[in-house]
Design a protein around this ligand. Structure first.
Ligand SMILES: [Zn+2]
Ligand SMILES: [Zn+2]
Length: 118
């Protein structure tokens, strides 16, 4: 069975959802949900798991195959996740960078319709 969570990995998910005072404490460190994989990461061709550059075997527990067999190259989102795509526009009201396809600011508290010329 592989559904068993690893020991010591108990993230307080209920606290993150606004559980009293701890919501304030978690703000600084836990605001970003997922960091992009570091440069040099590789994707397992067998299970699509993204592995750290230093790993010589797949980090997925159900997989664990040697990199020489399943190295599928770098993840497609590497680098692209950090940079805004071409044609993105910056909201003049709040400074949020929006995707080219958006007709209004993506920031919830803003929602400014896309002005002409940005
Ligand atoms: Zn794998
Ligand atoms: Zn905005």
């Amino acid at each position: 069975m592989s559904a068993r969570p690893p020991p010591g990995f108990g993230f307080p998910l209920t606290a993150a959802a606004g559980f009293g005072p701890s919501a304030m404490l978690g703000g600084a460190a836990a605001s970003r949900p997922a960091a992009p994989p570091p440069e040099g990461s590789w994707v397992c061709a067998a299970c699509q798991n993204v592995n750290f550059p230093t790993r010589s075997t797949c980090n997925a527990r159900a997989c664990g195959r040697p990199r020489a067999e399943v190295d599928g190259g770098p993840p497609p989102a590497a680098g692209a996740a950090a940079a805004a795509p071409e044609g993105s526009w910056t909201c003049p009201s709040c400074g949020n960078v929006n995707f080219p396809t958006r007709a209004a600011c993506n920031r919830r508290a803003c929602g400014l319709p896309r002005p002409a010329g940005v």
